[in-house]
Design a protein around this ligand. Structure first.
Ligand code: GAP
Length: 490
């Protein structure tokens, strides 16, 4: 898929009520977006797919919903106050700010496009080393050596590279003012899980290995935000921390790597759309990390991270809070010795819901040639897995008269408890079908005059456009089967 199709996906998302720029009437707000009536449904369904597969399908994983505001010490212990930053550089002429590593990544991509693969590899290796060493002077040196110019001014007059902390802060309380009252908007949901480790373990009587899952908003003051909802300043994460015995983290890391890839493949967009990418530069908390990348129209990019986080977080929170964040393991090892007290190690799976949404839209968006001769036309269809579709069933009376709308309403009144239905009586039937194709609705039902006497309707299938006559009493079973979560989870 090309950049051009990506533009179509972005405008489709707006035109059909999936995603709008935030505060659009005021010209929008950088890298902040709102989900519209169909986007909110699709996003809910993607969140449910994750939640059901993690929480409902695992006896040893439970879900929580922690607050966005947390005690400021949380971010000291987690390392975010000291280490959660990106290297930034400003162009002196345009006054534009860039991520130094992003400028270098773009150059590597350009070298590759021009067939200069050796240069690309050399620059990649030099950049990785500079990032590993946190060598900001070397990053600037590489930008100068490879003659990278500002895309806006076209000049190569750069400031030094500096670290820029990505956390948003605000002040808490009526008398707020000064450092003491400073609180942060969480940059990841994971910490809400770590600080609740003991609460959940004790009240849920959880036994290691066990997991705690959570979905929710996270905030990062990204230096550059681009590619629509790919990199946002306010976004949603779906994270799960899996607590394991020290020494078993490698096995569990391998287990979750495979399990998460399988979960993506189940969506049915094709395994070739996904690949693993091992991290060279490890985050401050990890001893191993891998990304699941998706083949976006602008190339393979990170969608999910799987991190072996050691005991870094629980240990640091334990030390700073003075509370023992330990687990007592009464089971015996192979020598008959009790494991006793320890700080569990953690495998984390962390996926951005907005990125998953974008990947889903890109993979599902299709333009198809339909009809023949002068009836030739292009239809846009969102080939979403039925369980994810914002609307499962659209019901159309052929005309607004003769009792047809009443039959349509009765069908919806019966089925709306089971799945999301949509009623539409305006426009020609063909136009109504096309609109539902563009939203990804798997089934449309049309009520015609025959329905009055035979209790039958026409059902039309989104993917094949085949139409057939079925009894009204058959609709529920047919749609329920097709939209069942079982199709994705089993
Ligand atoms: N708790 C670990 C953690 O937060 P991360 O790799 O920084 O790890 C995890 O983020 C996932 O969150 C990413 O794989 C991505 O899908 C999503 N994500 C991160 N920053 C984002 C942003 N600015 N906009 C949208 N999604 C983002």
């Amino acid at each position: 898929m090309s950049e051009e199709v990506f533009k179509k996906v972005v405008s489709h998302a707006k035109e059909y009520g999936f995603v709008f720029p935030s505060s659009e009437i005021y010209e929008g707000l950088g890298a902040v977006y709102d989900y519209g009536q169909n986007g909110a449904e699709l996003k809910n369904n993607l969140r449910q797919y994750w939640w059901k597969s993690m929480v409902q399908m695992h006896e040893n994983i439970v879900g929580i919903d922690a607050a966005i505001f947390m005690h400021p010490k949380v971010w000291k212990a987690s390392g975010h106050i000291d280490g959660f930053s990106d290297p930034m550089i400003d162009n002196k002429d345009s006054k534009k700010r860039y991520r130094a590593d992003q400028l270098l990544e773009d150059k590597i991509e350009r070298y590759n496009k021009d067939g200069k693969t050796q240069k690309a590899e050399e620059l990649q290796a030099a950049m990785d080393q500079a990032l590993l060493d946190n060598n900001l002077a070397e990053l600037k040196n590489l930008i100068e050596k490879h003659e990278i110019a500002c895309p806006v001014s076209g000049t190569r007059t750069w400031t030094d590279v500096r670290q820029f902390n990505l956390m948003f802060s605000t002040e808490m309380g009526a008398m707020a003012g000064g450092e003491a009252d400073k609180v942060y908007l969480r940059p990841e949901t994971a910490q809400g899980i770590f600080v609740n480790f003991l609460n959940v373990q004790k009240t849920g009587r959880m036994k290691v290995p066990f997991g705690i899952a959570q979905t929710g908003k996270a905030f990062r003051n990204e230096i550059i935000a681009r590619q629509f909802i790919m990199r946002m300043r306010e976004f949603e994460q779906m994270e799960m921390q899996f607590f394991v015995r020290p020494g078993t983290q490698k096995e569990w890391y391998a287990y979750w790597k495979e399990a998460r890839m399988k979960w993506h493949h189940k969506l049915g967009f094709g395994p070739e759309k996904y690949r693993f990418h091992d991290h060279v530069k490890l985050a401050h908390y990890a001893d191993a990390a891998v990304d699941i990348e998706f083949d976006f129209p602008f190339g393979f990019k990170e969608m999910e991270g799987i991190h072996s986080r050691t005991d870094f977080d629980l240990r640091n929170h334990g030390e700073l809070s003075g509370k023992k964040l330990q687990y007592f393991d009464a089971e015996l090892d192979e020598n008959g010795k009790a494991y006793g007290n320890y700080i569990p190690y953690v495998i984390e799976t962390s996926i951005g819901l907005d990125r998953l949404f974008l990947a889903t839209m890109c993979a599902a968006y299709k333009e198809e040639e339909v009809g023949e001769g002068d009836k030739k036309d292009t239809r846009v269809v969102l080939a979403l897995p039925p369980a994810l579709a914002p609307i499962k069933l659209a019901v159309f009376p052929l005309t607004k008269r003769d009792g047809l709308p009443e039959i349509a309403r009765n069908i919806i009144d019966d089925l709306k408890f089971d799945f999301n239905c949509f009623y539409e009586e305006k426009d020609a039937i063909g136009k109504r079908y096309r609109r539902q194709d563009a939203l990804g609705t798997p089934f449309c039902i049309t009520i015609d005059h025959e329905s009055l006497t035979t209790n039958t309707v026409t059902i039309r299938y989104r993917d094949t456009m085949v139409q057939e006559r079925i009894g009204i009493d058959q609709i529920k079973a047919l749609v329920s089967e097709a939209v069942s979560w079982k199709n994705l989870l089993a």
